[in-house]
Write a new protein. Structure first.
Length: 240
């Protein structure tokens, strides 16, 4: 499916299970949107406190560290509106409570486009299908449809001044069979810089840049882009 033209997009909301998820999956594309004047906001469902076992930090130290790293990574590509929902890492489920929290953020930001994780397991890339990723993706899709647009859903949000809002489209990361490929060759270095900001997760991996570059090259090939280009891949869902 062809996405809505970026010229028609004013605001984007990116929903992740963990800090660094969208930096691996979409940050070079997001950098292009920011450069084009699109307002981008992040919502992180957890603080990723079960990640970074090789970092030398304790689990208790991780939430504050990972929040700081995500803010630094966001600053690299120009994203400063970052909200943490503080759910427990590794325990995320697509509950009514999570749906409501995401509806609150959708109605606050009023995004034309949402970027989220796929709620469908990718058997070719099991790492993309962490249970928290699946839960965050499922809850986001449910929040987009039917909840956010429905005035009878979570009526107490109306008392917070949050009116029903309809999102135009969803871009899913980590989908097994993506149908849209963005040439990110020109913003790839920003992606790498953002990933380096997540030092507790990436500093031990000396092959990280090589790995991410190989992903980008494979995406570009699958998307029919010329040799030497790099791409990020998405599944486009029209939600109008």
């Amino acid at each position: 499916m062809e996405p809505i033209s970026d010229s028609e997009i004013k605001r984007v909301l990116v929903v992740n299970a963990h800090p660094d998820d969208s930096d691996f999956g979409a940050s070079a594309t997001i950098a292009q949107w920011v450069k084009a004047g699109i307002e981008v906001s992040y919502v992180l469902c957890t603080n990723g406190d079960q990640g970074g076992e090789e970092s030398g930090f304790t689990k208790e130290e991780m939430p504050a560290i990972r929040q700081r790293e995500q803010r630094e990574a966001g600053a690299v590509i120009g994203v400063t509106d970052i909200t943490f929902l503080n759910y427990v890492d590794g325990h995320l489920e697509p509950t009514i409570g999570l749906r409501k929290d995401l509806v609150r953020q959708i109605r606050r930001v009023k995004p034309d486009r949402i970027v989220c994780q796929s709620p469908e397991r990718n058997w070719d890339r099991i790492g993309a299908s962490h249970p928290d990723h699946l839960a965050a993706g499922e809850a986001t899709v449910q929040a987009v449809y039917p909840d956010s647009r429905n005035p009878f859903a979570f009526t107490d949000l109306l008392e917070e001044g949050l009116e029903p809002y309809k999102v135009k489209e969803i871009w899913m990361m980590g989908f097994a069979n993506p149908d849209h490929f963005v040439d990110v060759t020109d913003t790839f270095e920003l992606k790498i810089k953002a990933l380096h900001a997540h030092a507790s997760q990436t500093s031990h991996n000396l092959e990280m840049e090589k790995m991410v570059r190989e992903w980008g090259a494979r995406n570009a090939k699958n998307g029919g882009l010329p040799e030497g280009r790099l791409a990020e891949a998405f599944k486009i869902v029209n939600t109008n």
